[in-house]
Design a protein around this ligand. Sequence first.
Ligand code: CTP
Length: 395
Amino acid sequence: MKSVVVLGVTGSVAAYRACDVARELMRNGFEVRACLSRSAAEFVTPALFEALTGKPVLTDVFDEPVKGRMAHIDWARDARVLLVCPATANAIAVLASGASEDMFTTIAQASRAPMIMAPAMNPDMYSSIPNQENLAKLRDRGAVVVEPLEGEVACGEQGQGKLASVGAIVAAVLEAGYRSNLMAGRRIVITAGPTRELIDPVRFISNRSSGKMGYELARAALQMGASVALISGPVALTAPAGAELVRVTSAQEMKDAVLTAIQNADLLIGAAAVADYRAVAVAPEKIKKSGDMQLRLIENPDILSESHRARPELPIVGFAAETTDHERGAKDKIDKKGLFAIAMNDVSRRDIGFDANENELVLYFADGEVTLIQKSSKFNVAVAMLERIATRLSW
Ligand code: CTP
């Protein structure tokens, strides 16, 4: 069954943007059930959300899409996340007070699911003391507030009040929706990004890895309660809060950091695209142009193989970026590097893998199990991959 987001749309001009949020949540694998307040229905229609989500839309406390079943209780129980988007000052006040004045606030009273609020309103309303006190109350109870942005709001005034970006709202839902204890008490070491092998002080050998898959694995493992050491080559990403970030540049530095980090680890995942070769010698000064030149390269240590040698009992999951003979290439690496499993990416496809936001993987286990992890956002793929690995490790 898909994870359900109950989306409460309240009466702000930004109500139309809840459509994009709903679509993006569905793209990320959620089932979205919308609930419109009476004032929201003045801006957008229930029919619009019904068509978008393919699910009944609730607007009134007595709505009963399944005859004889109390929708507010069913939806409250089914919700993995409650999202209020956009959230008006009034909706925030009602939710903070614990009252229920319409269908969504009734569901919220009955639900134990985490709540995400995405406020959108006039900047003076947003910064007003009662509104800020109400938000603080909700935060104290565990709600996450996706702060509105600075800019020009619908009434023409400037300030903080514009609904946050679709990406920021969806990211908050994903984080809340996948919180679990599956990896509680486990220490996971994850490598991410490319490595850089210097040729001279200004030039290096590297590759196209963006680091996104490794960072999403770190984020997902943290959501599942693990402690995470993220050993990252040079990337333009922000590490997820709570990860112990070790920045490295070259393959040799990455190897040293990994061998230290795995000493007390329960799992190592090698998502980094480690450069296979480095220059035999790094020129101390910038190399001047003087006709054709030859660069002598030497093979880098294989980080996963060395980790396996150092701790043969440690489960290690590698990645295989293949363009041809995918299955064979992936399985060979399991044997060669002493892996528990390997995640195979078909890097000849443009829609997934390198630098893309989505991925699709085939997970080959050393004992022959093959699991397809369907195309989705890299975060979703990370969650599915970790869930399968944790199950196979009997965690
Ligand atoms: N890897 C590593 N150390 C290296 C090279 C790769 O730990 N020096 C890890 C990667 O992090 C990845 C896996 O090994 O998890 C597969 O890397 P890949 O480059 O695809 O495989 P190679 O062993 O380099 O084989 P080839 O390039 O010949 O396909």
